[in-house]
Design a binder for this molecule. Structure first.
Ligand SMILES: [Zn+2]
Length: 456
């Protein structure tokens, strides 16, 4: 059969369109191909257990609880299960076992047999340098509420000689400096990695524990570990844990990494001004008011203006203290090894943003430097680093009574009609000069409604 040129052209374009359509359909098919659950990890924290499903592509999912017996059901659309199921120890607080099966239309159902009712929370994580797509399921037990743990001092250890303690009654009831020690990263977040495979999360936890032990051997300080095992704690949650423990100081411990393997030495950071000012805005924003305590005053029952004054006062005092502690710690680290930078560094790290708790971040050494990686793994060197940090902290604290510097308890006064600076000074038994100094006042003029800080 003969065809006109026109008809041939027509068929040709038609074919091209068809093949384009097939291509389009097949590419859609690829996009909609079933995802695979390639891996399953879990991390047990004192207050929750985190399950992480590694998936080959983003997944759609749904979770819900079933009662009697307690089970958590995770339905994942268009997925296959290719992962090894990790073994849960028989004394795991929440999970008994994990099983899975196919559902209709290519769906997957994962069931956790639980030992108690929990509150689940789930979210997806995008790929990063370490992992691909992930589905995270957090299980929170309904009953227990765990605050930061206080590690026991090893002074009871039989191998160490008994410590001579002057045990007068006054001393045993004396307020101690509370030091919150934050080992960076943890659990799903390994932090930086060394050439020999050393994980930052592991060495910093060892250093943090050694520091806590050394602190708890003293009778004037108490350590609180923000994380005590291999699990992740959110950055804001780290600050919150420190606040719940009424910490006088927050120390975050990390190990540095850089592409140039020659980079070496320790650094100490405090919050940069930019970080501080944006944080002020955040703190005053609604949403966090339940736990937002600035200068011992909850922000939610104060006007914004008042809150901002309190925050300013507290933040300035905190900034000065942080800088001073950081300086002391840095100069002590110089005796342990190299320092990367001679001066205290400034950066906008979230964990340093507590407006009322002096906070520093110590990059102990470069894990990316082969020599320093070896040192970071050495328990003796870890002890030395911890000792240097403690020395720095001690030289800052010494000469101050814990009560006077507990910024969470800064006293403020709202000026009423008829008040004068001298009547206020008399009432609080402080000098007018110290009030003026604490509030950076140039004159003795005060106005009603003004909030001032009362120095202790
Ligand atoms: Zn780090």
């Amino acid at each position: 059969m003969m065809m006109s040129i026109n008809a041939k052209k027509h068929i040709k374009t038609g074919l091209m369109r068809l093949s384009a359509l097939i291509l389009l359909l097949s590419s859609q098919f690829v996009l909609a191909a079933p995802a695979n659950i390639d891996s399953l990890r879990f991390w047990t924290a004192p207050d929750h257990t985190r399950l992480v499903f590694g998936t080959s592509s983003p997944v759609e999912h749904k979770i819900f609880m079933l009662a009697n017996p307690a089970r958590l059901v995770i339905d994942i659309e268009d997925s296959g299960f290719k992962a090894d199921i990790p073994a849960f120890s028989s004394n795991h607080a929440l999970i008994d076992r994990v099983r899975h099966g196919k559902r209709n239309k290519g769906g997957l159902r994962v069931v956790l047999d639980l030992k108690q009712t929990i509150k689940p929370k789930s979210f997806l994580l995008k790929p990063n340098s370490q992992y691909g797509h992930r589905l995270v399921v957090d299980l929170f037990p309904k009953k227990q509420i765990v605050i930061a743990e206080t590690p026991k001092s090893n002074s009871a250890n039989k191998n160490t000689p008994p410590k001579v303690v002057k045990s007068t009654k006054a001393e045993s009831t004396k307020k101690k400096w509370v030091v919150a020690i934050d080992a960076g990263h943890g659990g799903e977040d390994p932090g930086a990695k060394g050439h020999r495979g050393t994980k930052e999360k592991e060495v910093v936890l060892s250093i943090a524990k050694k520091l806590a032990q050394q602190i708890n051997q003293r009778d004037d300080m108490k350590a609180v570990l923000i994380r005590s095992g291999d699990y992740y704690v959110g950055l804001r949650q780290r600050m919150e844990k420190a606040r719940q423990a009424r910490a006088d100081l927050f120390i975050s411990i990390h190990a540095d990494a850089f592409k140039d393997q020659r980079a070496r030495g320790s650094s100490v950071y405090v919050l940069s001004n930019r970080g501080a000012s944006s944080e002020a805005a955040r703190w005053l924003a609604k949403g966090e008011n339940e736990t937002d305590l600035v200068g011992g005053v909850s922000l939610d029952d104060k006007s914004d203006v008042l809150a901002s004054v309190l925050l300013d006062l507290s933040q300035n005092a905190t900034k000065d203290s942080s800088a001073s502690i950081a300086g002391h710690v840095l100069s002590n680290l110089k005796s342990v090894g190299h320092t990367h930078k001679r001066k205290v560094q400034h950066a906008g790290f979230i964990v340093l943003k507590s407006p009322d708790i002096p906070s520093i971040l110590v990059e102990t050494a470069f894990i990316s430097n082969k020599n320093e990686e070896t040192k970071l793994r050495d328990p003796k060197h870890q002890t030395k680093i911890a000792r240097a940090i403690l020395k720095g902290v001690n030289s800052y604290f010494s000469g101050q009574a814990p009560s006077s510097a507990t910024l969470a308890q800064v006293q403020t006064y709202k000026i009423k009609k008829g008040d004068t600076l001298s009547t206020i000074a008399q009432r609080y038994q402080v000098s007018m000069r110290s009030i003026k100094k604490a509030n950076a006042m140039k004159s003795s003029t005060i106005r009603s409604g003004q909030v001032i800080r009362i120095p202790s």
